[in-house]
Design a protein around this ligand. Structure first.
Ligand code: SF4
Length: 238
């Protein structure tokens, strides 16, 4: 009988983690208070695992890793699935679908039939933070999970950071691996791309938060264009 796949073991570890007292309490409190719209629905209320392609074999062969900031209080912290159940997720998954990285444009609930194709989604912090802002200690606490996610995805060819904090978390991962020394050589900018001889290409995109999408700072076409670049990188090794 084969053992559990490393990605499954990692997801189990993530969901059991209680290392950040402030975030653990916030996830629980948000799940208890709920928001009016979902007051009769259950909340996940704990760390959100990585979202992976359907089977362990497919999951390990993902060539694109998307890195967000942290679960939304009434989105992923409610549904237990990355970027699922809020406006940010609506925006992201429609673009992922159009770029061929998932099978449907909607991601409303765990069990809604969504499957990822060739891409996985993680975040710099796996717990919903107050004000959508994990602090430095919390990001450092969660960095080990980002390292383990990279290590469990040996086929990665591109990493897409959604926003500056995610980009910084990925650069720190590259620094821990000895791939970069000075982080300021890789400044975040929308649609920026950084290549490395022996590591996945880093791509940047504004985070699909309402702050960016409602103001037009990030449009559907802008996100789709970055995902098309990601598609080209994973397909051709650009
Ligand atoms: S943010 Fe990460 S390290 Fe902190 S409690 Fe959540 S899963 Fe654990």
């Amino acid at each position: 009988m084969p053992g559990k796949a490393p990605l499954t073991i990692l997801n189990n570890r993530i969901t059991r983690c209680r290392r950040c007292p402030r975030l653990t309490a916030h996830c629980k409190q948000t799940a208890k208070e709920k928001t009016a719209r979902y007051r009769h629905r259950p909340y996940w209320g704990r760390p959100v695992p990585n979202l992976l392609p359907a089977s362990p074999t497919d999951a390990a062969s993902a060539r694109l890793l998307i890195v967000g900031l942290a679960p939304g209080a009434h989105g992923a912290n409610r549904t237990g699935r990355m970027f699922t159940g809020d406006r940010s997720g609506d925006f992201l998954f429609e673009a992922l679908y159009r770029a061929g990285f998932c099978n449907q444009p909607d991601s409303t609930e765990n069990g809604d039939g969504l499957t990822m194709t060739d891409a996985a989604i993680t975040s710099a912090a796996h717990c919903a933070p107050p004000g959508n802002r994990p602090n430095t200690d919390e990001l450092n606490n969660c960095a080990g999970f980002l390292d383990q996610t990279f290590e469990a995805l040996p086929k990665l060819r591109a990493v897409l950071s959604l926003g500056q904090i995610a980009h910084r978390a990925v650069l720190n991962r590259y620094r821990r691996s000895g791939l970069v020394d000075r982080l300021n050589r890789y400044p975040f900018a929308h649609a920026a791309a950084f290549t490395f001889p022996d590591a996945p290409t880093l791509l940047c995109c504004y985070h699909p938060s309402q702050q960016n999408t409602f103001t037009g700072r990030l449009t559907p076409d802008m996100l789709l264009n970055v995902l098309k670049t990601a598609r080209a990188v994973v397909s051709d090794g650009v």
